[in-house]
Write a new protein. Sequence first.
Length: 111
Amino acid sequence: MFRLAALTLRAPVLRTALAQPIRFYAAAPITKEEVTQRAFEALKTLAALQESKISLEANFQKDLGLDSLDTVEALVALEEEFDLEIPDKVSDDIKTVGQAVDYIFQEEQKL
């Protein structure tokens, strides 16, 4: 009986202890050029985008021809590439690739 109680109490503690994110500070901080390069590579994987049209000034809808769903897919690809979450309020304001890169760079500097 006591053994069962000990196991049930211990399990949630271990789950939370193992799920904590770890940041290794030995690596050099990421530069804006690295963020830009990685963002371009992530965006190139989207079927809806033509690689030649991707630039910092490119508007997701006007220049790249993405609809609202494709724009969300592009932002999700960037979130996955950089392992961060862009809040809905912020994502509504991001209209260009450059704005997305700027936001990601700012968030990476906070870590």
